[in-house]
Design a binder for this molecule. Structure first.
Ligand SMILES: Cc1cc2nc3c(=O)[nH]c(=O)nc-3n(C[C@H](O)[C@H](O)[C@H](O)COP(=O)(O)O)c2cc1C
Length: 149
């Protein structure tokens, strides 16, 4: 009985995080980003997925967190989106807890609320030392969030 309860609690606590970078195919319409965020909020809210998005005008970096199945489904949607390409996944693993707050999706800006997530991403990128993490570092730094720090 105790064992059953522990297992169940573990399942409820299961949390998954994906971090990826991609190249934008959006040409010249910054409002497209607002549309992406709006769609993301609607789906992620229902799916219990949270995260942040960085956009430097040419590339995206994004983190999504939540129940493993829901994160997988969300990533399938993101992968099939024609507005970006060259998706490189840098992290795809179970984690103990969410690190990016409770926003269904948030486009990182130069505000205080984005600073924690941005610092986390920079720290993560610096620790990895791969070509993809260099790409991540540059996207985050040259997005608005990076400029404000
Ligand atoms: C960079 C980027 C990030 C995205 N992030 C999310 C996301 O976190 N959640 C989501 O549901 N859709 C996200 N999308 C949108 C999906 O790729 C896709 O357009 C959307 O889920 C399709 O929704 P619909 O079938 O209801 O139109 C993202 C798209 C891009 C280009």
């Amino acid at each position: 009985m105790t064992q059953h309860r522990t297992k169940r609690r573990n399942r409820e606590l299961a949390m998954h995080r994906i971090i990826y970078v991609s190249r934008s195919l959006i040409v010249g319409n910054p409002r497209e980003i607002d549309a992406i965020v709006a769609t993301s909020i609607a789906w992620n809210n229902t799916a219990g997925v949270t995260g942040m998005l960085w956009f430097d005008g040419a590339s995206f970096a994004q983190v999504i967190e939540g129940h493993p199945d829901r994160v997988g489904l969300t990533m399938d949607r993101i992968r099939s989106d024609p507005r970006h390409t060259d998706i490189e996944v840098l992290l795809d693993r179970s984690v103990l807890s969410r690190q990016f707050g409770s926003w269904s999706m948030r486009c990182a800006g130069g505000d205080e609320a984005s600073a924690y997530g941005t610092s986390f991403m920079i720290g993560f990128a610096m620790g990895e030392r791969t070509p993809s993490s260099k790409r991540l570092y540059e996207i985050v730094l040259s997005s608005d969030a990076g400029k404000a720090e």
